[in-house]
Each structure stands twice: as C-alpha cells, then as structure tokens.
Design a protein around this ligand. Sequence first.
Ligand code: ADP
Length: 360
Amino acid sequence: VSRRGIRGNFVPPIKSNGSNTGNMTSRIAGNKSGDSLDESTKKCLEMLYGPDGELPEKLRNLEPRLIEHVSNEIMDKDPNVHWDDIAGLGHAKRCVSEMVILPLQRPDLFMGCRSPGRGLLLFGPPGTGKTMVGKAIAGEAKATFFYISSSSLTSKWIGEGEKLVRALFGVASCRQPAVIFVDEIDSLLSQRKSDGEHEASRRLKTQFLIEMEGFDGGNDQILLIGATNRPQELDEAARRRLTKRLYIPLPSSEARAWIARSLLEKDGLFNLSNEEMDVICNLTDGYSGSDMKNLVKDASMGPLREKIRQGVNIVELKKEDMRPVTLQDFKDSLHEVRPSVSPDELGTYEQWNKKFGSMS
Ligand code: ADP
C-alpha cells in the first residue's frame, strides 16, 4: 500500500497532532520500548502503513525488528532477471506464464474454476536456474520478490523461525502482488517421522502450512514458490499445497552453448567458431547452468594465466594485449571444473517427475 498522497507527496504515518512517531509506532507494533526503535526500523514500518495511518492488522503484533529484517534482507526490490536471461526451459516458462503471470496480472479473469494454484514447486538438480525462474516470475508479473532459504530459517533463526515466517507472510500481504521464494523447501517441509522430529522444526513447519492455507483460496495475490533438489523428501501435505510441480532439468546442449556464449559476449571475450562451440557442447554433457558459468569463469582466466607463465608483469599488462578465450582454454578448464550432478541423481528426479510432476 502506497504511503503517497494523490499528488505523490509523502503522507506522514501519523497525523501531526503532537504525538511522536516512535510512541505511535510502538503502540501499533505492540512494542513498549518503541522510542528506542532506530530510524531504519521506523522507516520500514512507515512504508507499510495503510491509508488509515495504521499498520495493517497482520503486522500489529509482530516485532518491528522482524518486519525490518523481512523488508531489508528478504525482500528484493529489484530482482532484475528476465525470461531472456534464462537459457532453455521453454516448457517451464510457458507453464508459468499461464499459471502464474497472467493470474497475477488479471486476477479478475482467473476466479472460480479458473482460480490458479498458489503454490509452485520447482525441482531438479542444483544450479539449473530455479532461483532465476523465481526472480523472472516476480519481474514479469511486477510482483515484489521475497527470497528466503529454509536453512537460514532453521539455523540462523533458531526458535524465532515461526515469528519470522509470520512477518514474512504479513509483509508480503502488504506488498501484493508478491512472490515468496523458499529455497531448499524440503528442509522446511520434509517428510520426517513425527516422533523423531524436533519440536521447534515441527512448529515451524506447522506455522508455514497455516500461512499457506491462509492465502490459498483467498483473494490475496501471493504466490509461493518452493525450490528443491530433493523433491522425494517432501511429504504429502507439502505436495498437496504445491499444486504445480515443474521439473527444471539440466540444460540441453543448445542451452549450454547459449550460457557460455552470452557470458563471454557480455565481457567482449567471445571469439569461437560454431564448430568450436559444438566441441564445447559435446564435452560438457551433464554440466548444469552453474557448472557452465564456473567453466566459463575458469576458461576466461586462460589468457591471463598464459601471460603469468610468460613472466609478464600483470600490473602493467594492457587489456588489448590479451588474446580472446580459445577452445584450448575450455579444454584445460574441463579438468578443473567437473559436473556437479551425478547421473544417478538424474534418475531420481525423472522418476519423481513421472509420479508427481505437472508436465511429465
Ligand atoms: P538453482 O536455483 O537451480 O540452484 P540458480 O538459479 O541459482 O540455480 O542458478 C545459478 C547460476 O547458474 C545463475 O546465476 C546463472 O548464472 C547460472 N544458470 C543456471 N541455470 C541457468 C539457465 N538456465 N540460464 C542461464 N543461466 C543459468
């Protein structure tokens, strides 16, 4: 909700009647020592005030420092990834457009029978672009993007994870349309035996499912995207809420070529023939997108390493004296940068996709 008036001028959070913002903020946020809130916390809270000059209901009993953490650390104001930045994954892009982007843009058309699922699972090997897809969805739908990894919830926020989850969903509901991206969602919603399950993580999981239930079926324009490399660890409750489940596989050979080419071109280092690119593609079967990125990084060091071997003083080296990256640089780097996903793992994803995937 914007805090700006009709002419675009900032509307103070509290009508000027002599009371100070700190006191009001503290009353609203249920924090008795509100005067001690620092400026950045006050600023975050002010951004979230409704048109009535009050914090929305959902945020009232939350600790201001958690709201601030969500606003400053988890909310990404400019994810800056577009479909065109992502190699391959045409099927995922098409599916996501219909399922997520159009409904976020035209909620009126997607009601009743057409009402979309509010939970999307992206599964597949690490480094294949799941996070990029999440960011691109937010960008294309002009939605606010929230990124959290389950491991930070379970390790960094021990004992406070539940409160942080409430703050996350609370702030997202004030920033609609919103995309909440939960990385490694399996560690949050895993299929563990209930007696062996740690009490705190069980509570966290319950809180998370409650929050998801809260916006599913309602009018909120919030999409939850879970990403995982271990879909088989998700339990039935989690699968039920993540209604669309898209397999994000390893890049095809065209997609690998595209990634290598675009990274080198960006730095003005691309000078390989089509035949040489074909060789690189053949030699990189099984590499993920992020493996390709690491390979390009290593290969692009080739010309520099050569100069060092020749005893050139790098501090005085002129940029124009460097040769472009060659096929041999790639061949040398292939020994250093190995694929990170094993063929057995791929079999597991494919099986899970057949059983539970949306586009098998
Ligand atoms: P994941 O979330 O699946 O683990 P990421 O989206 O974080 O993977 O990707 C890691 C990096 O690898 C990206 O920043 C990007 O540089 C590269 N990458 C991975 N997949 C792709 C892709 N399909 N297209 C372009 N770059 C990719």
